[in-house]
Design a binder for this molecule. Structure first.
Ligand code: ADP
Ligand code: MG
Length: 412
């Protein structure tokens, strides 16, 4: 269905045409009538399928520009996502007079306060800074008609839950609530009943949570050989842009230190960097001035990169759903993408779960892995992952057991 078939105001329709949004994506088509009818929504769709505009378009339409108050509230888990989300709304709302604005930590509260006091209709926020501004009496939520949690399962996870509960408690009047994500574990899904009123569940995720546009490669590599292997991979593989994910900040630092001379235009990002630096890295990455970005999961959720051709999991993700989010930074809007995940022996049981639950078609790299019948280690790993057998050969146990993903967590 085309946007022109909807009853959208000319100001929005013209802009959508200008930015090349002609056909609605399936999640946009499925949610638009439900959101417009005022229902609470829990919307699930694969990564990179236009969930932002699915919320943003009806939300922009909902705003009364004669009322100088925050009428739409969007909460997101990371600062980078906050900036990206507001940019998408700005892009669509440019001719409407609707004023969107982003508030997030690591940026001057005074500047944010001044803007909010002047005029903001749609506020996009990370939870911590939003609560600060509510406490300080700068943000008032009494006119909010619609609240959206993007990457909702992450926001309703233990790390954010008390903040989100507080934000919900500030919205005592009647309002519409929408939750969007590419993943929704069962325990979190149960929790959504508490916050949604007679919700419409719209799920376009069937058996597999990862888009079909992504090819999934796995490589069983001795931890001591991993770095050399990765450097070789960069030399031989045609990589337009890559993100290399690690499980911890110190691992990102360490890998950057040892790869920077070998991989051109390499950068790194994690939550330990100053916000200015984080913003500048994401901007330069989007401009393709950075070829490869080593990152924690701070870059794992929601970020929309057009040119990323390869996702490399240096560490196997600690949570399986994080695999979906990390790999979802490539293969967006039907483009092709490739994910390469390094596997160590201690990852095998999680790998087995991943292959079984996500129903991924796994491709194996490395000469051992090419032919399971010939007894290659990764071939065996693949066979075990399929059959569910646990035992590993002692013969090829790495001499040193130390490996990146064994390192303690230090936040993203
Ligand atoms: P998701 O939140 O589902 O991961 P995004 O909202 O980030 O996906 O959208 C992915 C990309 O698709 C963005 O670059 C966005 O500009 C683009 N996009 C969204 N809707 C459309 C559309 N209807 N037509 C063309 N491009 C679109
Ligand atoms: Mg998104």
């Amino acid at each position: 269905m085309k946007f022109s078939e909807l009853e959208l105001p000319a100001t929005i329709l013209k802009t959508l045409d200008n930015i090349g949004y002609d056909e609605m994506t399936p999640i946009q088509e499925a949610t638009y009538p439900v959101i417009s009818a005022g229902h609470d929504v829990c919307g699930l769709a694969e990564t990179g399928t236009g969930k932002t505009a699915a919320c943003a378009i009806p939300l922009i339409q909902m705003v009364d520009t004669k009322l100088n108050a925050i009428q739409g509230l969007i909460v997101v888990p990371t600062r980078e996502l906050c900036l990206q989300y507001v940019a998408e709304i700005q892009k669509i709302a440019v001719k409407t007079g609707v004023v969107p604005f982003a508030v997030y930590g690591g940026f001057s509260k005074q500047i944010q306060a001044a803007k909010i006091r002047h005029e903001v209709h749609i506020l996009v926020a990370t939870p911590g800074r939003l609560i600060d501004l509510v406490y300080d009496g700068i943000v008032t939520l009494s006119e909010v008609k619609c609240m959206i949690l993007d990457e909702a399962d992450e926001l309703l996870n233990v790390g954010f839950l008390s903040d989100i509960e507080f934000i919900f408690s500030c919205l005592v009047h009647e309002h519409q609530t929408m939750l969007f994500s590419a993943t929704m574990p069962d325990d979190i899904k149960k929790l959504t009943q508490t916050y949604l009123r007679d919700p419409q569940h719209i799920s376009l995720i069937t058996k597999q949570a990862a888009p079909k546009s992504i090819e999934h490669y796995f490589k069983y590599t001795h931890p001591n050989a991993k770095q050399e292997d990765l450097v070789d991979y960069f030399k031989t593989e045609k990589i337009r842009q890559a993100i290399i994910f690690c499980n911890a900040r110190h691992q990102v630092d360490r890998l950057f230190g040892s790869l920077k001379k070998q991989v051109k235009d390499l950068e790194f990002i994690h939550g330990g960097l100053a916000q200015e630096k984080r913003t500048s890295i994401i901007r330069r990455f989007r401009q393709q001035k950075i070829h490869a970005l080593i990152a924690t999961d701070v870059a794992g959720r929601g970020l929309d990169f057009t040119h990323v051709s390869h996702i490399i999991n240096w560490d196997f993700p600690r949570e399986l759903l994080q695999y979906t989010h990390r790999t979802g930074r490539t293969g967006r809007m039907g483009r092709r993408g490739l994910a390469l995940t390094y596997i160590a022996k201690h990852d095998l049981s999680n790998l087995r779960k991943l292959l079984q639950t996500r129903k991924l078609t796994a491709h194996w790299l490395g000469k051992d892995g090419l032919n399971p019948e010939k007894g290659g280690e990764s071939g065996k790993a693949q066979a075990r992952a399929k059959t569910g057998k646990k035992r590993l050969s002692r013969r090829r146990r790495p001499r040193r057991r130390q490996s990146a993903s064994k390192a303690p967590a230090s936040g993203a």
